[in-house]
Design a protein around this ligand. Structure first.
Ligand code: AMP
Ligand code: GLY
Length: 429
């Protein structure tokens, strides 16, 4: 069967790589893809935002299954467009994708279903938001309602920072309409954990746990990014937390959507924070995490393709996933300057040498083939994953592979998964 993967990041390379291993998979297309997907699939020069062209391509090429990687086309209703043409697409409809595309929609659902999350207030008037900040305890977390390329969340340490954030989001419209309304919420303390669930409308199947590293610099310093690395399984997750998560988060989530006659079919990724009172939801995402996917899929022994089909068909209750018991560590290599300004077009060397290492997978993100060479073409350039019998071995292997790869102005964190080895920052490689 023909498959189309939409997107061009490390997540999409990992999805295409995993689907490539399925005996059921035929030709795999990636739109627009990157240099890595070009090696295992056929890149198609259509942007992930060009919904009409994507529908046309899927129709003309009789694509059996389309897998949508990023959130923006989901929020724009790509799955609805595909369904109208009787095309199968993996991902939630526009209405269900609001769980990620509107923080206010998500907060209201959580409040109605008593899902544990930070106490929050929503504002559509900047004056009211500013007055509210005169009487809160700092820090507070200020979030733009809509999608803002992962930059719509600010942790305001004091009143001055809250004022300037509210002004930028609501008055100056730094994120356009996404900041027309905002959420101001309580700052929670704890460690973060990423869960992924294949949700088929009624039932769900959990993937193994993972942890992401969102800040740009070692020791969780610097600005928030899309994700600088990940590891799986998470070291702050256990069966007790999982039972609480299923009873207090997953089941009420499904119930809440169904009460509103919204059916969620696709991948639900609740971003959690583990506090002394248990797991609380920071946000709901409606697609695979990046770079969590690059750590999770190399550990997945089962065929991914039938799992995606069962999610669409409403039969996920009949499925199970077999996991490699080994740990995975993923280190993301970025262009210096990311998530701010950065240069591209730098030749990348050492990829083959790194890929020779046992149990190492190199997933491309911002790369392109140019004049027979692979060059940088984005902020996040590569995600290097290694498996190991312990997190230490996986980590050592991943960094060994990273040390073999070179490009000008390459940046990566030295402390990915270090907290799972020892809470000791001195052990930087
Ligand atoms: P979000 O996009 O809502 O997940 O927010 C991005 C990041 O901001 C999260 O991964 C957390 O690191 C941080 N964050 C968001 N909300 C809170 C909160 N209520 N308390 C503490 N940190 C938060
Ligand atoms: N790893 C963060 C995200 O995918 O949103």
């Amino acid at each position: 069967m023909k498959i189309l993967v939409i997107g061009s990041g490390g997540r999409e390379h990992a999805l295409a790589w995993k689907l490539r291993q399925s005996p059921l998979a035929g030709r795999i297309f990636c739109a627009p893809g990157n240099a890595g997907t070009g090696e295992i699939a056929e890149n198609v020069a259509i942007a992930a935002s060009d919904l009409d062209a994507l529908v046309r391509f899927a129709k003309e090429n009789r694509v059996y299954l389309t897998v949508v990687g990023p959130d923006d086309p989901l929020a724009a209703g790509i799955v609805d467009l595909f369904a109208a043409e009787k095309l199968r697409a993996f991902g939630p409809t526009k209405s269900a994708a609001r769980i990620e595309s509107s923080k206010i929609f998500a907060k209201e659902l959580m409040r109605a279903q008593k899902i544990p999350t930070a106490e929050a207030k929503t504002f559509s008037d900047s004056g009211e938001a500013l007055r509210y900040c005169e009487r809160v305890k700092f820090p507070v977390v200020i979030k733009a309602d809509g999608l803002a390329l992962g930059k719509g969340v600010t942790i305001a340490a004091d009143a001055a920072m809250a004022q300037s954030t509210i002004d930028e989001m609501m008055n100056q419209r730094r994120f356009g309409d996404a900041g027309r309304r905002i959420v101001i919420e309580e700052f929670l303390r704890g460690t973060e954990c990423s869960l992924h669930a294949l949700v088929d409308g009624t039932n769900y199947l959990l993937l193994d746990s993972a942890r992401d590293h969102k800040r740009a610099l070692d020791g969780d310093q610097g600005p928030n990014t899309g994700g600088m690395g990940a590891f799986s399984p998470a070291n702050n997750w256990n069966s007790k937390l999982q039972s609480q998560f299923e009873a207090e988060i997953m089941q009420p989530f499904l119930r809440g959507l169904l009460q509103q006659r919204v059916e969620f079919r696709g991948l639900l990724y609740p971003g959690l924070i583990i506090t002394t009172d248990g797991a609380r939801v920071l946000e709901f995402n409606c697609r695979f995490g990046d770079p969590e996917t690059q750590a999770l899929l190399p550990r997945m022994k089962s065929d991914l393709l039938p799992l995606l089909g069962a999610t669409i068909d409403g039969t996920i209750d009949q499925c199970a996933i077999e996991w490699d018991t080994r740990a995975a560590v993923t280190v993301v290599l970025t262009s210096a300057g990311y998530p701010g300004k950065y240069e591209t077009g730098k030749p990348i060397s050492g990829l083959d040498d790194a890929a020779k290492l046992e149990d190492v997978r190199i997933f491309h993100a911002g790369t392109k083939r140019d004049d027979g060479e692979i060059k940088t073409a984005g902020g996040r350039v590569l995600a290097v994953t290694a498996l190991g019998s312990t997190i230490e071995t996986a980590r050592a292997r991943a960094y060994e592979a990273v040390s073999r790869i070179h490009f000008e102005n390459c940046h990566y964190r030295r402390d990915i998964a270090l907290s799972a080895v020892a809470a000791n920052i001195d052990q930087l490689p």
